[in-house]
Write a protein of this length. Structure first.
Length: 302
């Protein structure tokens, strides 16, 4: 068994990469099961979107503003994109639950099984969808509140002078971004709580996550940011650069690489979840002395 112990940020990133490397085939299979549907959906949708948007972009490039009638054909496609985003968002929570099972079994010294990961993801699907929808609603309300506060602040400061109003608007926007990030970090491990703890409902997961991240929100922020950059942004940048070079030198291969880049989330998403799951274990170890026996009991492993 691997010891569950407090980890620094670098150890979390390294641990996620190590566990991913040991179970590459399993994570890839789980990623395909979870995300292949929405990713194929977006792949089919990209063609009509390009055909509808490229002419409008070309008009704007030469300084011609498209008319409202020219924009209307895009509206149904935008609706389909929103449906796809919801589909992908829900599927990502299924992937998160399965990934947590793989990581937990690795910690317990057991050989992770795809069936166990899929079973846990399926059993937690309904409450995880509840968490996902609550997060969207919460983020929307927080942003609306922040926008109203910034507008009121700018209006009041505008009575003093335009420069003061501009400065107040910038400060208000920066404060709003900080507050939204603070709230998101506080609820950063709700999925982990709901999946790996007994008797915790949707709203209980939010309260529990806020308590676990108390005085640790900066660590949640940096873990999410760095893991996103290292395991998501950088791979995309590298693949897109390679695709661009190949399009210029060998167009058919460049197009193939461009299409394959759309399926990067199958590999990248489990790494992000792994980092947040290791962070969850770190928070519990530091706050509660969480150990392997507790984890074993939670997963029903003897």
């Amino acid at each position: 068994m691997t010891d569950i112990k407090p980890m620094q940020l670098g150890e979390i990133l390294d641990g996620a990469l190590t566990i991913f490397g040991r179970n590459l085939g399993l994570f890839t299979a789980l990623g395909i099961i979870a995300l292949a549907g929405p990713l194929i959906y977006f792949a089919f949708l990209s063609g009509p979107l390009s055909r509808a948007f490229v002419p409008l972009a070309e008009q704007m490039r030469v300084g011609v503003q498209p008319s409202l009638a020219q924009w209307q054909p895009l509206l149904p496609l935008i609706g389909l994109v929103l449906v796809g985003l919801i589909f992908y968002y829900v599927a990502s929570y299924f992937l998160a639950a399965g990934t947590m099972r793989i990581i937990s079994d690795t910690y317990l010294g057991r050989r992770p099984q795809l069936g166990d990961a899929v079973s846990l993801g399926t059993s937690k699907m309904l409450p995880l969808v509840g968490v996902a929808l609550c997060k969207v609603a919460l983020l929307t309300l927080v942003w609306i509140g922040c926008v109203i506060a910034v507008v009121v602040l700018a209006t009041v400061m505008g009575l003093v002078g335009p420069r003061i109003a501009a400065l107040a608007t910038f400060a208000g926007f920066a404060g709003a971004v900080w507050f939204v990030a603070f709230v998101l970090c506080g609820y950063g491990v709700t999925a982990q709580v709901l999946t790996l703890e007994e008797g915790v409902g949707v709203f209980g997961a939010f309260a529990r996550s806020w308590n676990l991240t108390r005085q640790r929100k900066a660590k949640v922020f940096w873990t999410a940011l760095l893991s996103g950059v290292v395991f998501y942004v950088l791979p995309y940048v590298i693949v897109l650069v390679v695709a661009s070079v190949l399009r210029a030198t060998f167009p058919p291969l460049g197009r193939v690489v461009g299409v394959l880049s759309q399926f990067l989330p199958i590999v990248c998403a489990p790494l992000l979840v792994s980092c947040l799951t290791l962070l969850y274990y770190d928070l519990r170890v530091r706050r509660e002395g969480f150990d392997l026996q507790v984890l074993s009991q939670r997963l029903g492993v003897g």
